[in-house]
Design a protein around this ligand. Structure first.
Ligand code: URA
Length: 261
């Protein structure tokens, strides 16, 4: 692919704008050698106005989503894209959120321009564990962990019970919840189903990834090792889903949760 086409696909501008960037000698190697349309250079060695290029196609980002930001390309602002370089919305394919967090939910949000990977991470057929820190309006009663682990809890308006989920109590009104599916407003509705109310919801982990010390509003590109672990986790979730589909449904009383890696 030509340098200008690669820059257009990364969102650096229209074809005309990128041609102008090149003509203005703003695209260089790390050592300052000016690059032209037909020059070949390793992605990591290219600079625009002295800054390294955005990650190459197939990138996965982790964003620490703050409260109030919407996971959409075209909703009422503020959008999660306001926290990212504007080029990410212009990329082809676009850098898209992996699933959604409610505007009020904070924490770990993945984004990728790898459509097939995004599809695999959000497929309803299998699910990576997602871990949340939940603050509640009322102290827990004591039976919630058992009800969530039972595999029989029904959400209002739904016809299939929730898969077993694991609840760990941190303080009387703060818990850690790990779920293995992604239904609409799932965590908030789970607590509504047991007579409580979520006042704050923060996602701390998805599959093998945790938010760690990433500051609120900041983002980073996943390392190759993290992307490999994410892909491995999807493969394992697929195998687990296939095995579960070919095994008779367990007695709900004996259902157990799957531990988080
Ligand atoms: N469950 C919810 O209720 N909201 C989210 O944003 C994520 C999970």
């Amino acid at each position: 692919m030509s340098l200008s086409r690669a820059l257009v696909r990364l969102g650096y501008g229209t074809r005309k704008e990128v041609e102008r960037l090149l003509a203005d000698r703003r695209v260089t190697t790390a050592t300052g050698v000016v690059l032209r349309e037909r020059d070949l250079s390793a992605h990591a060695d290219i600079r625009v106005d002295g800054a390294p290029l955005d990650p190459p196609p197939g990138a996965v980002l982790m964003l620490h989503k703050p409260h109030g930001y919407v996971c959409s390309t075209s909703d009422r602002p503020p959008l999660v894209y306001d926290l990212l370089p504007p080029r990410f919305l212009r990329r082809d394919p676009v850098m898209a959120p992996v699933g959604r967090l409610d505007a009020e939910t904070t924490g770990l949000l993945l984004l990728t321009d790898d459509g097939p990977l995004n599809h695999q991470l959000t497929s309803p057929k299998w699910h990576l564990p997602k871990c949340y820190h939940v603050t509640l309006a009322e102290a827990v009663r004591g039976d919630e962990a058992e009800r969530f682990a039972s595999g029989t809890l029904m959400l209002s308006g739904e016809t299939t019970p929730l898969r077993p989920a694991r609840l760990e109590v941190c303080t009387p009104s703060e818990v850690r919840l790990t779920i293995h599916e992604g239904r609409y407003h799932q965590v908030r509705r789970m607590f509504a189903a047991v007579g409580n109310h979520v006042t704050a919801l923060h996602r701390t982990g998805v599959g093998p990834l945790t938010l760690g010390e990433l500051p609120r509003g900041a983002w980073r590109t996943l390392t190759d090792d993290e992307v490999t672990r994410l892909r491995d986790a999807v493969r394992a979730a697929k195998v687990a889903a296939k095995t579960a589909a070919s095994t008779p449904a367990p007695d709900a009383r004996g259902a157990t949760d799957v531990s988080v890696s």
